[in-house]
Write a protein that binds this ligand. Structure first.
Ligand SMILES: *Cc1c(COP(=O)(O)O)cnc(C)c1O
Length: 358
């Protein structure tokens, strides 16, 4: 039996190692994970009580339209309810956009390095993928625009980017959108939107049009990674086609209830932002003391360079119960990505890193 041609050469996505797996395999008791950009402060207790309530109803199918969440988000974002689509994580919205708009042989443009799911999902769809190298660890939108042809269906822009943690500015985004061929859809992935404080960072919602879609996630700043829920905002036309190709019950009822509660807990979000910013600064100052170069980040993770095989350093950290991510999958063999954890976790990571490197 043979799969579809586009499926033959796919290399499966390698997620960060789960804590329990490391405990089991290395017989460790105390393991911390700073590898998947999760929120170490969450979930909010208010979300947990909303979830407990929602458990009473799990014998029923969830609302296919995410009715109450849709209402709440439309109000918060000041968009119409038919401008929203929900996904089983914002990952699913990437898949839905490709499924709805990209046929075999159509072109999809991505940066390199960037979030790996764009390429993976586009490959499954049978798209021709054009990869445009980043410059100085930032998206090179000018070069990406030069690659757009009459066959280009989607350009993916992670803003801010993962793994580099950098962002494209308002001016850069506007220059990119200006005069772009009509048929090319622009997918702006704002999974880390809430963390960004820079004044020249564009809010993607200001650019929603017939061809721009913006996605956001409850996994990072809201601390709901395990529940899988995210959303997309675009024109009613684009949303209509994405709704047409999704599974009817793609977002489960617990996730819907949790997301509604999460939106209400502004304190939790503020705390997350404040602690993340402090953690980032702590990393910077420690990296400087160790003489390690790093990429200034606007997100909840930081990429730094160890000057030698990073996977070896990661292995040594793992043996000490600290999970981080080497950047091999992106061809950046001497770099490591670390997620900001709690204060205690950050200190432990730095302590172990010092022992290995200095
Ligand atoms: C984490 C991440 C996402 C996806 O998150 P979901 O958990 O699927 O909502 C999307 N894009 C980028 C760039 C990410 O880093």
């Amino acid at each position: 039996m043979l799969p579809r041609k586009s499926v033959l050469n796919i290399k499966p996505y390698k997620p960060g190692k789960p804590i329990e797996e490391v405990k089991r395999e290395l017989r460790l008791k105390d393991v911390i994970k700073l590898a998947s950009n999760e929120n170490p402060f969450g979930p909010s207790p208010k979300v947990v009580s909303a979830i407990k309530k929602s458990l009473q109803n799990i014998n029923r199918y969830p609302e296919s339209s995410c009715f109450y969440l849709r209402q709440a988000l439309a109000k918060k974002l000041k968009v119409k309810e038919n401008q929203l689509v929900f996904g089983n994580g914002s990952d699913e919205l990437i898949i839905l956009a490709l499924r709805a708009f990209v046929s075999e042989g159509d072109e999809v443009i991505v940066a390199y390095p960037t979030f790996l799911i764009y390429e993976l999902a586009a490959q499954i769809q049978g798209a021709r993928i054009k990869k445009v190298p980043a410059r100085y660890f930032k998206y090179d939108l000018k070069a990406m625009k030069r690659e757009v042809t009459g066959k280009t269906k989607i350009v993916f822009i992670a803003n801010p980017d993962n793994p580099n943690g950098t962002y494209v500015t308002k001016v850069e985004l506007e220059m990119f959108l200006n005069g772009l061929p009509e048929q090319a859809m622009v997918f702006i992935d704002e999974a880390y939107f809430d963390y960004v404080e820079e004044r020249d960072y564009p809010n993607g919602l200001d650019y929603i049009s017939k061809r721009v879609i913006v996605t956001r996630s409850f996994s990072k700043s809201y601390g709901l990674a395990g529940l899988r829920i995210g959303y997309g905002v675009s024109s009613p036309e684009i949303i209509k086609y994405m709704e047409a190709v999704r599974e009817p019950f793609n977002v489960n009822s617990i996730a819907q209830a949790a997301a509604i509660a999460a939106l209400k807990d502004k304190k939790f979000l503020l705390k997350t932002k404040r602690m993340t910013s402090a953690g980032r600064k702590f990393f910077y100052s420690e990296f400087k003391k160790m003489g390690l170069r790093y990429i200034p980040s606007v997100t909840n993770f930081v990429v730094f360079e160890v000057g030698k095989d990073a996977s070896l350093v990661c292995k040594k950290l793992l043996k000490k119960g600290v999970i981080v991510r080497d950047m091999k999958a992106w061809g950046m063999d001497t770099f490591i990505r670390v997620t900001v954890g709690t204060e205690k976790e950050n200190k432990r990571f730095i302590k172990e890193l010092k022992r290995i490197i200095v």
